[in-house]
Write a protein that binds this ligand. Sequence first.
Ligand SMILES: NC(=O)c1ccc[n+]([C@@H]2O[C@H](COP(=O)([O-])OP(=O)(O)OC[C@H]3O[C@@H](n4cnc5c(N)ncnc54)[C@H](OP(=O)(O)O)[C@@H]3O)[C@@H](O)[C@H]2O)c1
Length: 294
Amino acid sequence: MKDLKCLVTGASGFLGRQVASRLRQEYQLVLQGHQHASEGMLAIDLRDSDQLRKMLDNVQPDIVVHGAAYRDPDFCEAYREEVRRLNVCPTEVFTEILPDEVPFLFISSDYVFDGLHPPYQEDDVRNPVNADGHSKMVSEDRVLQRARGIVLRVPLLIGAGLTWEGSGFIQKTVHVIQSKERVEIDDRGIRFPVWIDDVADVIAFLLKKSLPGVFHYSGLRGVTKYAWTKEIADRLGTSIEHVFPCYNESRTKAMRPLNTQPLTTKVQNLGYTPVYRLFRGRGTCSGYVFKDII
Ligand SMILES: NC(=O)c1ccc[n+]([C@@H]2O[C@H](COP(=O)([O-])OP(=O)(O)OC[C@H]3O[C@@H](n4cnc5c(N)ncnc54)[C@H](OP(=O)(O)O)[C@@H]3O)[C@@H](O)[C@H]2O)c1
C-alpha cells in the first residue's frame, strides 16, 4: 500500500494532524496546510484555484482526504461568500480535475441536519440550519457525483491539539473554567462528541474499503455543552459560578441544530469495530491528564 500516494488537506489542523499520523502507517503522504503548515507540508491557499490546480498537477495523488475548511459556525454565518471560497469551491475543483478512479474522501458534519428528528441515518433528509451546514451539504452533493466519492459526517470533535484554541471542546472548556470570566454555554443542543483518533481510524478503514457513499461516525454519549462543562469542572474540583446555562438562540450567532445524533450502524455493518475512546481518556490537556477530566 505504501506505494499509493495520499493527499491530506487541512493536515495542519486539529483533525488533519491526527489523520496524517494514522495514515502514515499505510500510505506515502502528501500533506497540505496553509498558515500553520509545518516543515514538509505544502503551504497552499485552497481558495486560489490556480494554486490548487498546480498542486494537483504536481502531486498526482492516488487518494485524497479533504478536510480543510472553516469550522466555526459563527464565522461561517457572518462571512458566507468567504466560506464558499474555502468550504465549497476547492471541492468543485477537486471533483472536476481528479480522475474518476481516485477515491476522494470528504469530511462533512452532522450540521447538515436540522436536529429535529434524531437519530439520523446516512440517507435521511438534510436540512441545514446554518451556513456551515449548508456549505457541507453543497460540497457533499459534488463529492457524491463521483464514482469514488466518500462523505464522512462527524459531530463535535475532541482530542489533544497543539493549543487550546486549536483543539476540541475539552481544552476550550478547561480554558473557560480556569479563566473565571462570565460566560453562557448552550444547554439545549445535544452533541455526540468523538475523539479525533477514532475518526482517523474510521478514515483509514473507509479508504481500505473504498466504497462510495455517505458514512456517519460519532461518540455514543449525548451531552449538552453546559452539562459537560459542569461534569468537567466537578472532575477538576472547581466551581463554575461564572458559567451559566443558555437556552435561547443567540441573535448574533449562527443557529445550531438541536440534536443531530448520527447513527453509525452502516460503518459497523461494513465490519468496522468502533473503538469509542471517548471516555477512556488519554493524552493531556492544559496540564491535566484527560482521564482526570472525562
Ligand atoms: N472541529 C469540529 O468539532 C468539527 C466537527 C465536525 C466537522 N468538522 C470538520 O472537520 C474538518 C477539520 O476540522 P478541524 O476542527 O480540524 O479544523 P481546523 O483545526 O480549523 O483545521 C482547518 C484546516 O484547514 C486549513 N485551512 C484553513 N484555511 C485554508 C485555506 N485558505 N487554504 C488551505 N487550507 C486552509 C487549515 O490550515 P492552516 O491552519 O495551516 O491555515 C487547517 O489545516 C473540517 O472540514 C471541519 O468542518 C470539524
